[in-house]
Design a protein around this ligand. Structure first.
Ligand code: NAI
Ligand code: MG
Length: 338
């Protein structure tokens, strides 16, 4: 039996996690769920946003599901910490269009791969001059840059993709992003003989922010540093129907952590109207990681069919349905497909 750690977190994290577990309950998978705490309410209760016990559960599990957390004013971000502690160095954020969903573009299918362990999210910040000055360290190492770029090429080969775009700001951040860009082209060169069909190119982050809107069809795999990947993936979500539809996978050599791209959405929390699809597609990515490819593909297909049908939609998609109504529609579609 595979152990899965489940961290619902705060706000809509809990609501979309309930919906996601409802989907998993409908499948005949031999999983043992262990619930663990993190986030704002966890801090109020335990004085920490990320208890040691939670980290231990995740380390011992086959995979972890994470909902979303609300940030606390002074504590480190538990999700950034957890990704680092589990060394899930690659954050995969697919940007894929859905038939039936009104969005800026149709027929998009690219993958943003975000470095997950360092960069401006190293969480090394300090005050100086009586708190009149604050400094954040942006750590970029050759080791982590090489590892994420190599991962991007391997993933591109595995998924039969044809192009990898490195995004950086090496003109301004000459040393840190200098290392990232250089590591990217070293890896690209090492693959170029065996895989000449894969094109490697690069853009500055500011230009990339524009190209994602003016010519998103051009992208296939995008590899970038931690903060840039965070920003670009929300932009990517905006291209294909919003945060309610955008899943992610955090992959390491030993661990996998799966979570929607969105946060705890305090503006809609408690109303049971959050879109559960980002969570459900994150579960599909977890099943792929756990080699349950049949069920992984089936969940994505069920989601696509329900969206195409356009009858049961949450308010972010223009409908009036509740979180569990949409989850149940997907669960029923799964039953039809099996
Ligand atoms: P957010 O992603 O929670 O929400 C942004 C907007 O998208 C809101 O209008 C929200 O209602 C909407 N939205 C997000 N997910 C949705 C869904 N599933 N269905 C329908 N609408 C959805 O980002 P925001 O508001 O900037 O941050 C809220 C809190 O979440 C903050 O405390 C932030 O620090 C935290 N956060 C946590 C993350 C995580 O746990 N991984 C990631 C991003 C933010
Ligand atoms: Mg984000």
């Amino acid at each position: 039996m595979k152990k899965i750690t489940v961290i619902p977190g705060d706000g809509i994290g809990k609501e979309v996690m309930d919906a996601g577990i409802n989907i998993l309950d409908g499948l005949n998978l031999n999983f043992d769920f262990i619930e663990a705490e993190a986030g704002f309410f966890c801090f109020e209760k335990n004085g920490t946003t990320l208890p040691e016990e939670t980290i231990k559960y995740c380390e011992k599990s086959s995979a972890t599901l994470f909902g979303a957390i609300t940030s606390t004013p002074n504590e480190k971000s538990p999700i950034l910490e957890l990704r680092k502690k589990l060394d899930v160095f690659a954050n995969l954020r697919p940007v894929k269009s859905f038939d039936g969903i009104k969005s800026l573009f149709n027929n998009l299918d690219f993958l943003i791969i975000r470095e997950n362990t360092e960069g401006l999210y190293s969480q090394i910040e300090s005050f100086e001059e009586d708190e009149n000055k604050a400094i954040a360290n942006r750590v970029i190492t050759k080791k982590a840059s090489t590892k994420i770029c190599d991962f991007a090429f391997k993933k591109a080969i595995e998924d039969n993709r044809k192009k990898i775009t490195c995004v950086h700001k090496a003109n301004a951040l000459k040393k840190t992003d200098g290392i990232f860009k250089e590591s990217f082209y070293k890896i690209a060169n090492s693959y170029s003989n065996k895989y000449p069909q894969i094109i490697a190119n690069d853009y500055y982050i500011d230009a990339m922010a524009m190209y994602l809107i003016t010519k998103p069809q051009e992208f296939d795999v995008v590899v970038t540093t931690n903060l840039f990947g965070d920003i670009l993936s929300d932009e990517g979500a905006g291209l294909v129907g919003g945060l309610g539809l955008s899943p992610s996978a955090n992959i390491g050599d030993k661990n996998g952590l799966f979570e929607p791209v969105h946060g705890s959405a305090p503006d809609i929390a408690g109303k049971q109207i959050a879109n559960p699809i980002a969570m459900i597609l994150s579960i599909s990515m977890m099943l792929d990681f756990l080699n349950e490819k049949y069920f992984s593909n089936l969940i994505e297909l069920a989601v696509r069919n329900v969206l195409k049908d356009n009858k049961v939609l949450t308010p972010d998609l223009g409908g009036k349905s509740k979180t569990m109504d949409l989850a149940n529609a997907i669960k029923n579609e799964l039953k039809n497909l099996i």
